[in-house]
Design a protein. Structure first.
Length: 292
């Protein structure tokens, strides 16, 4: 079968009122690992925390394997992808999720310089959230294209953006840069399905209460009326995208269930209305792009 089994990207909102076929504590990465393993997938997941990773692997075997991985190191991610292909019964990589992401004090707006000279900012947030995702995109495409795209195979890439990529968040310069970059990655990739059969989607989680968020931050956000999204719903959103081959180029927001019955919905904020100036510019970009 030819690689253009997927149609060219076309705008259209995805129905997010019908749940995926399962339900299941931990962060979004752990919940996604659990969800896909429970659905019968062979999951290879990476993390720097070897203790918790091996514990989850032992719980979910044979459908999950752990590989210690630093997403900012290309060779480390390459080992992860190689292990994923080797562990797959079909010796293929069908779905890749760039889930790693960090936040923290902004190194540019909050950094204090002493001694009368500016110091270089710590750009770890960019290294994890952007460079790490770029490495995943490179490796995912390499391994996707190694197998024939038949009805039983897929080439699905999901990247983790943020609600902050669709809003103004004062004081969070570097984090917002990183999440806008991930949003841009999805939009750069989504129209390539006619050439390489790779569909690309994004997730834009709202605040999610996990073990990675300090109690002080959680208490502060609660005091401001923030209603948290659920990591399990984020995992179900990933499963929804992965299990429906018609979904391409969409970003699912992950929110509190008071806002959406399943805890996620199609944001529908990455397209332009017909006849708009931005829409005309989009058309021009497509006519001059060698990959469109």
């Amino acid at each position: 079968m030819s690689s253009n089994m997927y149609p060219a990207y076309a705008a259209g909102v995805v129905d997010c009122t019908v749940p995926p076929s399962l339900a299941r504590a931990g962060g979004m990465g752990e919940q996604a690992t659990r969800a896909f393993a429970a659905a019968g997938a062979y999951v290879t997941f990476g993390d720097l925390n070897e203790t918790s990773g091996l514990l989850l692997q032992s719980e979910l075997r044979p459908n999950a394997q752990f590989v210690k991985c630093d997403v900012t190191d290309f060779e480390s991610q390459k080992r992860l992808f190689k292990a994923a292909k080797q562990n797959s019964p079909s010796k293929t990589v069908d779905i890749a999720i760039a889930n790693a992401g960090i936040s923290g004090t902004d190194p540019i707006l909050k950094g204090e310089d002493t001694g009368g000279e500016p110091s270089a900012p710590d750009l770890t947030i960019l290294n994890v959230n952007v460079v790490g995702v770029a490495y995943t995109c490179k490796l995912a495409r390499f391994y996707f294209l190694q197998h024939e795209l038949t009805s039983g195979r897929d080439r699905c890439l999901i990247v983790l953006s943020s609600a902050a990529a669709y809003a103004d968040v004062p004081g969070r310069l570097v984090y917002m840069m990183s999440k806008f970059a991930v949003r841009g990655a999805m939009r750069a990739l989504r129209r390539g399905t006619v050439h390489d059969g790779i569909r690309a989607c994004a997730l834009a989680p709202w605040f999610v209460e996990t073990n990675f968020v300090s109690k002080e931050v959680i208490q502060f956000l609660h005091s401001k009326g923030v209603k948290f999204a659920n990591a399990k719903d984020a995992a179900d959103a990933m499963l929804h995208i992965a299990s429906d081959k018609s979904i391409n180029g969409r970003c699912f927001a992950v929110v509190n269930r008071e806002e959406a019955p399943l805890g996620y919905y199609d944001m529908d904020l990455d397209d332009f209305t017909d006849g708009s100036k931005a829409g005309e510019q989009q058309y021009q970009f497509l006519t001059i792009s060698h990959a469109a």
